[in-house]
Design a protein around this ligand. Sequence first.
Ligand SMILES: Cc1cc2nc3c(=O)[nH]c(=O)nc-3n(C[C@H](O)[C@H](O)[C@H](O)COP(=O)(O)O)c2cc1C
Length: 157
Amino acid sequence: MTVTDTRALRDAFGRFATGVTVLTTREADGTPRGFTANSFTSVSLEPPLVLVCIGSNALSGPAFCAAPHFAINVLGAAQKDTATLFASRSDEKFERTDWYPGLHDLPILPGAIATLVCARHNLVEAGDHVILIGEVLETAIDDGPALGYHRGGFITI
Ligand SMILES: Cc1cc2nc3c(=O)[nH]c(=O)nc-3n(C[C@H](O)[C@H](O)[C@H](O)COP(=O)(O)O)c2cc1C
């Protein structure tokens, strides 16, 4: 695929408006890891499955592929700064945001409009991403507008 084709593909993908999540987990030594993801998709109600696509360039990818559990924090409209922070490669993400340990000691971000705690169910290699499929163990929801992403920018839903 040429550079031009990649640009066209990105532009076409970007016309699909999504919500914004921050995925969190812990490394084996307990270090919290997290990154911003808009590839979250609900998959199945019975059993309860979700997926997220992790790019091969994500530094925290190996931690998510190895961890038995992870959490999906669905961001509220007021959490644009959190989305930007977790889309960076900063090694101080968890020093620079509020969080607390939830089920399985997973980092949970207050202000999220939904939280799903998951057990790793399957990993599927797909091009330059890995599809992480999780079985949902616990959910929590809150009210308020959602943070969205459309055409490369944040929006309020
Ligand atoms: C709105 C938005 C959505 C994103 N969605 C994804 C995604 O679904 N999967 C992914 O691997 N990276 C996604 N990214 C990019 C990662 O957040 C970015 O590569 C981040 O630096 C990864 O952090 P890490 O290197 O500490 O793992 C997204 C970025 C933004 C701004």
